[in-house]
Design a protein around this ligand. Sequence first.
Ligand SMILES: Nc1ncnc2c1ncn2[C@@H]1O[C@H](COP(=O)(O)OP(=O)(O)OP(=O)(O)O)[C@@H](O)[C@H]1O
Length: 258
Amino acid sequence: MKDGITLKNLSIGYKTPLLEGLSLHMAEGEFWVIVGPNGVGKSTLVKTILGIVPPLSGRILIHGKDCTHGCEEKRFLSYVPQMEDYSHHFPATALDVVLSGFFPRLGRFERITEKEVERALYWMERFGIADVKEKPFNELSGGQQRKVLIARALVGNPHYIFLDEPTTGVDLKSSKRILEIIDTLHKEKGFGICMVTHELNFVWDYIEKVVLIGYREFFVGRKEEILNEELLSRIYQVDVKIAKTDFGPVFLIGDKHV
Ligand SMILES: Nc1ncnc2c1ncn2[C@@H]1O[C@H](COP(=O)(O)OP(=O)(O)OP(=O)(O)O)[C@@H](O)[C@H]1O
């Protein structure tokens, strides 16, 4: 097993910092979530690790290699962006979009092979979207589009997959299905997952580690240590209660501001 992703004293933001001094280690095969209120820098953190946004300072190591300013190892990372970051006017079919997941690994004059098409179709089958493979991406429902983008992120056999709010706007059953598939694949293939989400009630069963981000502060650790009433109330500035139920803990938001 390789050496995971390490952030050392990382500062992120755009000219002015959103977060400073973040250090953590994502071992390969772990399931992480990044949670916190709107606008604190969750997506920016993911984009910084992926090399889309440059860090303000600090270091990013992937498999032990310094990737702060880009490196070959980045090809092992794949990304499912927020839907708003994705062009809805994309003229390609669902299958074309999934196949585009191979592009980062293709050499300059290499083309997609039959084997890769088979592989893309395999993933589409697993997500239950093979029947819409010839449909234009922008004519698919929101839930189908998300499944296409997740399949696209998986075809290149990543070691880590970063997902930015993959279940936002998706109905309850489809959200559960998406998370179940991601979790099954995570266990089968052993790749690491890092997901930005607001949906703690949904993800609790699957996740192991958490980055909880507030305005210029953060907490990192195992879910049981971080997702407690005190820290959540402090970060969200509202009274958070955790009810124990047969389905596991349920996170409730009160109307009292702390
Ligand atoms: N390209 C950019 N240039 C400058 N500022 C940006 C850029 N992208 C995001 N920001 C700002 O950085 C801050 C953090 O944005 P980010 O999208 O990381 O937050 P977030 O925690 O993911 O929020 P949400 O939960 O609403 O998705 C926001 O104030 C946002 O306006």
